[in-house]
Design a binder for this molecule. Structure first.
Ligand code: SF4
Ligand code: SF4
Length: 406
């Protein structure tokens, strides 16, 4: 009989990882300070470095706001009042409350004083295969979700509409979705189109270029990625093709690791990503006024100090960031969706967002004993993650009562 493990949130967060250890060797990270800034890149008023988003008419500071975890309208107002221009949300964030919060506060701002991006992932997506299954269901749900998002936001149009959390070429180029997105653009309900991905970024970026439809790619980009060279090449190609590149997960899984330590300081990690002049802007998910100030300081100056260069060169402490390379999936005896489970782990311990992690766990339908029947784990993660321990740890979240989730 299946053994039930009851655990509440406090207990869950208090308990330690089951054997999860391992370090990530990170060498050759420091780029120097070879950032090519033109005089006109500097916004005189705020002193921010600004960049143009591909061929769009959008020019923004290199730091934007990932609103995902912010539930304080005062913080979003402060960000806008201090000069942040682009707000990034999604249909699913905080069960829709994120868009609703923005809808209420944006009423006080002229529509041409900010840019807003939202993301829609339609139903009918097979997460394990990374493909869409039912064209009619996909189209209907994409439209329904988009209509709901616009209503929540209280807007007639968004500036960027993404196809959200896609992980391969096939899904990026899925025709029924592209047709719908193009129609929405023609109708003026979105100004630009984009695709976002948590994994296989170079493949998705190349597909976005080939589509001839997308204007923007939103991709994970940080100092911990093991496929950095491929990423840099794909990003460069995207920029040459006229796409704007927005970086997320620049802090490699949160401002702190599970032990609440800084693997690399948030500002240092953000500077590292923004030193690539092909990255137009970033969407750090700051949740406090201090973090906002910290990130705005980076928007004014991405120069790495000698100490920060050392920090990056010595970044050997494990972070919570999984590359999403999916090499582990074929090694796993049960073909578990390990990259997604590692993301749920990061949401829990890096972002301290247990509700978001739980939603993902529920979607993946992974049981608490998923790894218990294996005598030996056959997965060799490229980042040395002890995946079985992390899976066992995170899967317990499925049994935490909803009221304990944050
Ligand atoms: S767990 Fe490791 S091997 Fe699997 S996707 Fe993440 S980084 Fe790659
Ligand atoms: S222990 Fe878990 S991750 Fe490892 S092979 Fe078995 S099911 Fe897969």
């Amino acid at each position: 009989m299946k053994k039930k493990t009851h655990v509440n949130r406090r207990g869950f967060l208090r308990t330690t990882l089951l054997g999860a250890a391992g370090s990530v060797a990170a060498t050759g990270l420091v780029r120097g300070n070879a950032v090519l800034l033109k005089k006109e890149d500097l916004d005189d008023k705020q002193g921010f470095i600004t960049r143009k988003l591909g061929k769009t008419n959008i020019v923004v500071p290199i730091v934007s706001m990932g609103v995902m975890r912010a539930d304080n309208p005062g913080l979003v107002k402060a960000a806008l009042d201090k000069g942040i221009k682009l707000l990034d949300t999604a249909h699913t964030y905080q069960g829709g409350r994120n868009e609703e919060m923005l809808g209420k506060l944006l009423k006080d701002y002229p529509r041409n004083s900010y840019y807003i991006a939202t993301k829609i992932k339609p139903d009918g997506y097979n997460k394990k295969k990374g493909t869409f299954t039912d064209a009619s269901k996909v189209k209907t749900s994409y439209m329904d979700k988009f209509n709901t998002s616009l209503k929540r936001l209280g807007l007639e149009y968004v500036d960027i509409l993404y196809l959200h959390a896609i992980s391969n070429r096939e899904a990026t180029l899925y025709k029924p979705i592209l047709e719908i997105m193009q129609k929405l653009k023609e109708e003026g309900r979105t100004r630009y189109l984009g695709v976002s991905t948590h994994s296989h970024e170079p493949e998705v970026i190349r597909a976005a270029i080939d589509s001839g439809i997308y204007d923007v790619v939103l991709v994970a980009y940080n100092f911990q990625q093991s496929h950095r060279e491929d990423m840099d090449k794909a990003i460069e190609k995207a920029v040459k093709a006229g796409l704007g590149v927005i970086a997320m997960k620049t802090m490699a899984g949160g401002r702190m690791n599970k032990d609440k330590e800084y693997p690399v300081k948030a500002g240092t990690a953000l500077k590292w990503a923004l030193q690539n002049p092909n990255v137009t802007t970033s969407i750090p998910g700051f949740t406090t006024f201090d973090q906002l100030e910290e990130d705005l300081a980076v928007a004014r100056d991405v120069t790495l100090s000698e100490e920060e260069k050392k920090e990056l060169a010595l970044a050997t402490r494990e972070t919570l960031y999984c590359d999403g390379c999916a090499r582990c999936v074929t090694q796993c005896k049960k073909s578990l969706p390990i990259p997604d489970l590692m993301r749920a782990y990061m949401y829990t311990y890096g972002y301290r967002e247990t509700r978001k992690a739980r939603d993902l766990i529920d979607e993946l339908a992974v049981t608490t004993d998923a790894c218990a029947t294996c005598d030996e784990c056959t997965v060799a993660c490229v980042k040395n993650f002890a995946v079985a321990g992390k899976i066992t740890d995170i899967a317990r979240l499925a049994e935490v009562p909803q009221e304990f989730l944050t």
